[in-house]
Design a protein around this ligand. Structure first.
Ligand SMILES: CC(C)(COP(=O)(O)OP(=O)(O)OC[C@H]1O[C@@H](n2cnc3c(N)ncnc32)[C@H](O)[C@@H]1OP(=O)(O)O)[C@@H](O)C(=O)NCCC(=O)NCCS
Length: 149
């Protein structure tokens, strides 16, 4: 049984671990080692706790273990990561549905995300459309939007 709930301060180390695993095991297929190292250094537990103060952060929890996370600032999506062993089981879609519903309830017309090369197909599958690309410190990023009901 999986539940989606708001971030609690005690989640920060586990979220940092999930993100680190994703970066090393999944994103490393699409990005050079230097970028992966930079990103791992960026998403420390301390930084996660800081980000949770700036945005609304959520975790997907299964049997007491954090299996995914996402955060939002209004209609903008940030830090979407699913534990590698849990990838492909619908956790990402459920997390996105959760924050899309919150943004829609606030009256936002669309959701916007910046996608890594690794997650581009995921967002397209969820109905997101390409708007443009951008270059970040971490390399190529796709900006996509999805109309909200
Ligand atoms: C991208 C990610 C969040 C997807 O999470 P997930 O829980 O595996 O996704 P889901 O199982 O909910 O997949 C939903 C749908 O998208 C599809 N999908 C998932 N990842 C995909 C990808 N990389 N490319 C194309 N389609 C993808 C699934 O097949 C599924 O399709 P369906 O409609 O046929 O069922 C996860 O793979 C991940 O954390 N990747 C590494 C970190 C990352 O890149 N995060 C994004 C940073 S911008």
């Amino acid at each position: 049984m999986m539940e989606i709930r708001s971030f609690r301060p005690g989640d920060a180390p586990e979220i940092s671990d999930v993100i680190g695993r994703c970066l090393r095991e999944v994103n490393s297929r699409d990005y050079p080692e230097s970028v992966i190292t930079l990103m791992c250094e960026h998403f420390t537990a301390g930084r996660i706790a800081e980000l949770a103060g700036e945005r609304q952060m959520f975790v997907a929890v299964e049997d007491g273990t954090v299996v995914g996370t996402v955060s939002r600032d209004g209609n903008k999506v940030f830090t979407m990561f699913v534990r590698p062993g849990t990838i492909g089981r619908g956790v990402g879609r459920q997390l996105m549905r959760h924050i899309e519903a919150l943004a829609a309830a606030e009256g936002h017309a669309y959701m916007e995300t910046g996608a890594s090369i690794s997650a581009h197909g995921f967002y397209q599958r969820l109905g997101y459309l390409d708007v443009r690309t951008s270059e970040t410190d971490f390399g190529l990023n796709y900006i996509l939007r999805k109309p909200l009901p």
